[in-house]
Design a protein. Structure first.
Length: 227
């Protein structure tokens, strides 16, 4: 099993902290966020592909080509053309089944394990009144049927997309879906797969996204839930 970790972004919402440090290398209790992400991976994952761009050498120099028994490879996303583009940049290195994970959020290992029980899956978290995230809609079998963006009118509890997926190489049979003039969306492309194959929605028990500088303070308080 392989895991693709997305760590190429410039972390603009985290500025000024990310002018000189990649967002995934910001410290929580003295340890880079990306190190936590790697440590959370289930034992089935024996190879990691880290997608880098902004200050990516800092990531390569820290983790090297092997980390705690796992092989690590690096792919430079030359153009920051979205999460779909990031996964496509790894195409030649991917064998079949693989996880795709944000390199700057906190996840629980047991949720990754649950994702592996399905051919295709997306990790969801339930929150009140979502605004920043895509809302996932599922059928009676718990499979993905739609992702709703521009959620300003939605109220109450909803399952939102945490940006973590279990995919396989059939993903590359589908044309990348543009979400702007310069970016292609991974979840939007996955929705094309969902028309042909069941994509299970896996509900997470714990998830903490780091989006803004103040989130680092909160991260210090919640990290023990994930370890």
């Amino acid at each position: 099993m392989q895991a693709v970790i997305l760590a190429a972004g410039k972390g603009t919402r985290m500025r000024p902290l990310t002018y000189d440090i990649p967002k995934a290398m910001l410290l929580v209790k003295g340890k880079p966020v990306l190190e936590y992400t790697i440590d959370f991976l289930p034992e089935e994952v024996n190879e990691i592909i880290i997608v880098i761009n902004h200050l990516g050498d800092q990531i390569k120099n820290y983790f090297g080509n092997k980390w705690k028994g796992r092989k690590i490879k690096y792919v430079v996303q030359e153009k920051l053309n979205g999460t779909g583009g990031a996964v496509h940049a790894c195409r030649q290195l991917l064998l079949d089944n693989f996880l795709v994970i944000n390199g700057d959020d906190f996840y629980h290992r047991k949720d990754f394990k649950k994702m592996l029980d399905n051919d295709l899956s997306v990790l969801a978290f339930e929150i009140e009144n979502p605004k920043r995230f895509g809302v996932l809609k599922m059928d009676e079998q718990g499979n993905l049927v739609d992702i709703i963006e521009n959620k300003t009118g939605l109220a109450g509890k909803h399952l939102i997309n945490t940006g973590t997926y279990k995919l396989n190489k059939k993903f590359f049979d589908y044309k990348l879906v543009p979400i702007s003039e310069t970016e292609f969306g991974l979840p939007q492309t996955m929705m094309q797969m969902a028309k042909d194959f069941p994509v299970k929605i896996v509900k997470t028990t714990e998830w903490f996204p780091l989006g803004f500088p103040e989130d680092l303070i909160k991260a210090e308080e919640v990290i023990d839930k994930f370890i």
